[in-house]
Design a protein around this ligand. Sequence first.
Ligand code: PMP
Length: 293
Amino acid sequence: MAEELLVWLNGELVPKSQAKVSVFDHGFLYGDGVFEGIRAYNGKVFMLDEHLDRLYDSAKSIWLTIPLTKEQMRDAILQTLRANKLRDAYIRVVVSRGEGDLGLDPRKCPKPNIVIITDRIELFPEELYERGIEMVTVSVRRNSPQALNPNIKSLNYLNNILAKIEAINAGKPEGLMLTLDGYVAEGTGENIFIVKRGELFTPPAYMGILKGITRQVVMKLAQEEGIPVHEAVLTLHDVYIADECFLTGTGAEIIPVVKLDGRVIGDGVPGPITKTLIQKFRQYTQQVGVPIE
Ligand code: PMP
């Protein structure tokens, strides 16, 4: 039998089956907390400092003080990967408000729970990267930044889950979410890009999206390839008439989109710029990162 995974829980490495938190944790009761999804490739943690910055920014924004310095969190992540002998992994860091009473008041939760889970990665089947996926626009709108800023990576993912449910019921693997005003926002767990006449376009962060780290990397790699990159307000029409379209995220990496709402995008196959970026991204993830050992 495979050895049981070890989970970092409030400073200790415990077997997965014993990694438990209280039902009075406000993360469980209210989705009150923040998290990150990070990946390690080839013995190195990809964009670790960027993920830590986003985690601490999310926590600050919800008035949650993480009782570890970024340096200590960084060490804890590396320690967990080493303990599980993982070189290629998906890393989930969760900081919840902690145990309190049944009211909302976060001051009644003196001790946040910190969890680091490292596991093997579950990729979309390679076939989907070669063929591309079909998407549908969902009716549920992305949270408005005036209500709950999507730049906060909070434990409260119901907005995205409701969108995912719509996509699933439409028989598609992903859903496209719009802003309240009906502009293109993002996928349920990925950012969106389109290619038009050799140039790359993606919605700006102020539209109310999660400012994805993969998005940031892809923008940089594209610029290095000499592909102009624009942050622009996009409509569904822009996506329907795009030459190429793809999604980006830590889990999905770069996944081509070949159909949206029944409209074939470009030639209906992953386009040349998408393919180049996938190749560059894969090379880059193998090369850079914080060494685990
Ligand atoms: N948007 C949403 C809503 C997400 O949850 C995620 C990833 N978790 C992304 C975009 C992509 O962000 P990143 O590239 O940092 O993983």
